[in-house]
Design a protein around this ligand. Structure first.
Ligand SMILES: Nc1ncnc2c1ncn2[C@@H]1O[C@H](COP(=O)(O)OP(=O)(O)O)[C@@H](O)[C@H]1O
Ligand SMILES: [Mg+2]
Length: 641
């Protein structure tokens, strides 16, 4: 599958933002959540302190009041005089002043009840086994504490009190299993104060208390003080509870229907920690029907026995919601970032992809032969550099193309010129051939007839000589015009050159010339007309000899080119060389620099024709004054076939 550059760019941008976004979200939300949880937990811990203060304050007030009441002269006097009616009236008055008291009872010095304010008809029972009464009697000072009061004791005070204490258990998830289904005893904050006469003699004990069961004054005060009754989605954020053992007897935690969750019980794990092990509990806990950040601590009776629990808790939901909102906010930012990334990378990709596309299109046009194809360069960056380089490349290709075309044109022109010249020469040669033949025949005949000597004979001899020379020229012209087709056969290049050299080496022109042969062994054969090639080599060798009039060195070498498909013969002389202006005309028929009668200017043009007819090439390099090099390149036998 091919993924476009743009898709890759956009993909990587999005991936990077996506990864960083989600990692930041995960870390951020976690971290903030943790800090928040810690903060909330610390707050709850402090709230528990406040709740305890309020609890103790309430106990303190009861204690103060009971002490104050015990010191009332009417109480003392009533006890001394055994005036129950007066005492009853006094207690009634006192309890009216302090309405939060559920119980106010006076015993004598033995702990036997003298007057029971709530139930004046019921007296004479012994309270001397009550822990607080014992303490007040023995230590002669006021004591306060929380106490579990059994049902029969409550009944002594009033049946209404016993009814208030009576709580039916409600089904609570996570609570510890219990065989009981109801609670009949009550939990009371109770104070007891000794009544002493002026002489310091103990007259009796006054005790009073408030039943906590279904009395919501304290928990609501805690809630109001600590949480200002803030609500979240209809639920109180902060809650407080007093437990009797594991039972909610006073609470503002609500059940689903909005009623107080009295009668529900504490979850077992918290119970184990707080009641069984006597530890405080600061953690998340499931309270009735929701998760709270909570703090619990044991409530102990005067002997230090754990009889209940004080609880405060903050609803976790607002913080969870906050955390969730934060998560959404983070995710929102992440998605916005991703959208930005898509947008930015789209434009960026466009900036990269567009020039690339142009480049590709321009390259295609170039490949299809439109050498004028260029790209628009609009930037100074690497893309721009690439574009400029492409344009440079296209421009130089164009130039090269023009040069090559020109060269080809020149070549075509040259060969057509040579062909025209050849035709012309051939025509002239044909026309001249016959009259020349006649001249030769008749002049030769004439030369045979008259006796030797005399100027006429001398002239006749000149005619024959010149006519013969003309015949030679005409022959050459006909050769040049390729009147005679080459008769091709496999030939060894070295052998052909060797034979040609043998023919001319002994001529006078070669006397001062050193011939060096550098033949490669085992050359592939060339498919050629041996005679014609010999003629070519002869022309080249003679020209070389003529160029080295005073003597010199002629180096003849042969070798294979390419992978054996061509062979080359190279003739290097140390002659006078060729003037650059003569170069283009070297192979023209009749081009010669030699004096009249010496050169015909046909040698090279004939050689050119022969080599071309063999599918080969001939070329020259020369340095005037130093020498010339003629190279003959021929296809080998395989090629020629
Ligand atoms: N080896 C060479 N060194 C210098 N000039 C050369 C050489 N070969 C050929 N030429 C030049 O090329 C001209 C043409 O040669 P060619 O066609 O053989 O005619 P010709 O030899 O009759 O002049 C010569 O006149 C000479 O000027
Ligand atoms: Mg010549």
């Amino acid at each position: 599958m091919v993924i476009s550059l743009r898709a890759k760019l956009i993909g990587s941008f999005v991936m990077v933002t996506c990864i960083t976004g989600f990692v930041a979200t995960a870390i951020g939300v976690r971290q903030i959540g943790r800090v928040m949880a810690e903060e909330v937990q610390t707050k709850v811990r402090n709230d528990l302190n406040t709740a305890r203060e309020l609890y103790n304050e309430k106990a303190g007030r009861i204690k103060d009041f009971v002490q104050y009441a015990a010191q009332r002269p009417q109480v003392r006097k009533g006890l001394l005089q055994g005036d129950r009616a007066a005492l009853s009236a006094e207690l009634q008055q006192l309890r009216q002043a302090k309405q939060t008291l559920d119980v106010l009872t006076l015993t004598d010095a033995d702990g036997v009840v003298v007057v029971r304010e709530c139930n004046p008809d019921n007296s004479g029972d012994d309270q001397s086994d009550d822990e607080l009464v014992i303490q007040a009697l023995t230590r002669r000072e006021v004591v306060v504490g929380t106490q579990i009061v059994p049902r029969e004791e409550l009944l002594k005070e009033s049946s209404a009190l016993a009814r208030r204490a009576h709580i039916q258990f409600r089904e609570t998830p996570r609570a510890r299993p219990r065989a009981e289904t109801e609670e009949t005893s009550g939990m009371m904050i109770k104070a007891a104060a000794p009544v002493v006469d002026d002489g310091g003699r103990l007259l009796g004990v006054l005790y009073g208390g408030t039943l906590l069961n279904q009395d919501f004054e304290l928990v609501d005060k805690i809630k109001a003080t600590v949480y200002q009754a803030v609500k979240y989605k209809g639920k109180d954020i902060g809650t407080a509870t007093i437990f009797q053992d594991d039972l909610r007897i006073s609470t503002n935690v609500q059940r689903e229907d909005g009623s107080r969750a009295v009668g529900t019980r504490i979850s077992e794990e918290v119970y184990d920690a707080v009641v069984r092990e006597g530890q405080s509990w600061f953690a998340r806990a499931f309270v009735v029907n929701a998760w709270y950040r909570t703090a619990y601590e044991p409530i102990r009776d005067i002997q230090g026995k754990i009889i209940g629990i004080l609880y405060v808790g903050i609803l976790e939901e607002p913080y969870i919601d906050l955390q969730r909102n934060m998560l959404w906010a983070f995710l929102g930012v992440t998605f916005a970032g991703m959208a930005c990334a898509v947008g930015i990378s789209y434009f960026l990709a466009d900036g990269i992809v567009r020039p690339v596309r142009h480049l590709v299109a321009a390259s295609k046009r170039l490949a299809e032969g439109d050498l004028g194809s260029r790209v628009e360069v609009s930037s100074a960056d690497e893309m721009g550099e690439l574009g400029r380089t492409f344009n440079r490349m296209a421009a130089s290709l164009h130039e090269r193309d023009i040069e090559v075309k020109q060269l080809a044109q020149e070549k075509i022109m040259e060969s057509s010129r040579l062909a025209t010249l050849g035709q012309l020469a051939a025509g002239v040669a044909h026309e001249l051939n016959n009259p020349l033949g006649s001249i030769l025949i008749y002049s030769t005949l004439l030369l045979e007839e008259p006796p030797a000597g005399g100027p006429a004979r001398e002239n006749l001899e000149k005619i024959v000589r010149e006519a013969t020379r003309c015949k030679g020229i005409v022959r050459g012209l006909l050769d040049f015009a390729r009147e005679s087709e080459p008769k091709k056969a496999p030939n060894d290049l070295n052998e052909l050159i060797e034979r040609t050299l043998a023919l001319i080496e002994n001529q006078a022109a070669f006397q001062n010339i050193q011939v060096v042969k550098k033949f490669s062994e085992g050359l592939p054969k060339v498919m050629a007309d041996g005679g014609q090639l010999q003629q070519v080599f002869m022309n080249i060798l003679l020209n070389a000899a003529e160029a080295m009039g005073e003597g010199g060195k002629l180096t003849v070498s042969t070798w294979v080119l390419g992978d054996g498909d061509r062979v080359e013969a190279r003739f290097e002389d140390t002659g006078h060389g060729i003037a650059p202006e003569h170069m283009p005309r070297l192979f023209d028929p009749f081009f010669t620099t030699k004096e009249v009668g010496k050169g015909t200017g046909l040698g090279l043009s004939i050689s050119y024709g022969i080599v071309e007819a063999h599918g080969g090439r001939i070329h020259v390099e020369s340095e005037p004054g130093r020498g010339s090099v003629f190279c003959v390149l021929l296809p080998t036998q395989e090629e020629a076939r």
